[in-house]
Ligand binder design. Sequence first.
Ligand code: AN7
Length: 347
Amino acid sequence: MKGVIARYRKFLPITDETPIVSLQEGDTPLLRAYNLEKKFNFPFQLYLKYEGTNPTGSFKDRGMTVAISKAVEKKAKFVICASTGNTSASASAYAVRAGLISLVVIPEGAIALGKLSQALLHGARVVAVKGNFDDALKIVRQICEKFPVELVNSINPNRIEGQKTAAFEIIDALGRAPDYHAMPVGNAGNITAYWKGFKEYSVVRPVLLGFQAEGAAPIVKGKPIKNPQTIATAIKIGNPASWKKAEAARDESGGVIDTVTDEEILISYKAIAQCEGLFVEPASAATVAGLIKYTKKGFFKDATKETIVTGTLTGHGLKDPDRAIAESQKPPVAEPTLEDVVEKLKI
Ligand code: AN7
């Protein structure tokens, strides 16, 4: 069966009256990362959940299929979100499929090129505000109080319901729950969703390890960050909407939410691409960055090669091509001759 509603319907708030809006999201790869295990001396088995293969290139599609289906059931005409990019790309695509108008409020100049191009081409009404994501979300919440528009940020519980299916898929693929699960934390909806999913699907549950970017780590620092900074624009968020729920997920699972630096994120970003053939966006690399940091700290000192760690790679690398190019060597230009091309290929 294709699409997360079709596959996990009985776990979702779907009734006979709900029109299903799907782009056949979910069913993403869970890949053993042998090369990363070796490179970073991980004392455990690492499996990566590659969410970049979802229809719009991120995990947001799992939540959006449920949120948009429920919006259609409620006879909504407009959906709205504030976004660091991926939510807007997903909302805009599913809105088109459902015949809804998508309204998007983004922080000006802080959205990766791929994501902005998606929302624009899907015909969303996009407004860029001179502020950050938190400012955009505040305005969107105010709009929802005044106008008949359906909010599709992860404050909408249908988003969390859909996103929890990633945890189901991990357990289905492994045949059991992992011992640890690592993931990035931004607005904190996804860690909330994974914990809900793990709890509903298994009595044995992983310890959750959430990672925020050092310059955008309100949960770690215990206070909102006025002017969050990180190259991982997806998680450049200073006041997460699901803050309390993320703390509950962390505490109930016996886990941690901690920071990784931009430098650590970029090392992992390149290593994931160069060791495993997986092209992810910088925010996704926070997962592996955190596992490297925690391995070095001795956090996994009791782990064995039977220990299973899973990690979510939340979004596709094509979302942020500028970053990939900035982190790479410019290709040399050759004369159109065999000799010059061979020389420059260093064969
Ligand atoms: C690739 O699109 O918040 O902790 O507006 O795009 O559930 O917010 C994106 C978040 C991680 C963090 N990785 O997830 C948005 C938005 C990627 C992301 C996160 C996001 P949450």
